[in-house]
Design a protein around this ligand. Sequence first.
Ligand SMILES: [Zn+2]
Length: 242
Amino acid sequence: MNGGRDDTVRQSIALDGVRVDYKLTRRRGRRGLGLKIDGSGMTVAASLTTPMSSIEDLIGKNAAWVLKKLGEWSHRRIEPQRWETGATVLFLGEPRILMLDAGHARSAVEESLGHLFVKVRDSSPATVEKVVSTWYKKQALPHLAQRAFFFARLHGLTPPRVFVTSANSRWGSCNSQREVRFSWRLIKARPALIDYVVCHELAHLRHMNHSAAFWKEVERMCPDYKALKAELDQNDHRFRAF
Ligand SMILES: [Zn+2]
């Protein structure tokens, strides 16, 4: 990395009785100490000669912040989806238990009584994920198109054309051709959260920005949008696992 010596070692420290593992990266020419916390944990950046006691002092002084940040990240970590019988998937905000049935020439998915019955040729995770994702996409389009139509009519807008995308970083988008796009993954969220995203995109048909006037329009269509937006932000890692 940038030509200098750079070595990373694993360390751990006790903070308020909690053992915290971290990566310590030492680099020639580094000035001061840096603490970084993200989805992969804590990283401390230091120079080649910074004594361990200074590093531990810095972490200790920031213990409350470190534990809080690590807690926030562990809460928001995207758990990998398991694709086996008994695993759960979210659909319209409710967990559905996967029931796999292999050996079928033609795959099929049926949702019933809190379960998702999946018939597949082979029950490899890749095959099951593909079959289930395809089924989600099929459910997503009519649900989203219907809600967009409903809210558009209710609020005097010409209903837009609705498309479903595989975006995993944004829930919706819209353009000046009155085309509204939603990620099919949104169908994992409860209906009220979906409605908030639908109203958000419809409000963009009147205001192509995030101005105060735009948010007023969102509020008119979706009076509890603030709570719903916060709930979506808090939970969106749960809708991104596949
Ligand atoms: Zn927007």
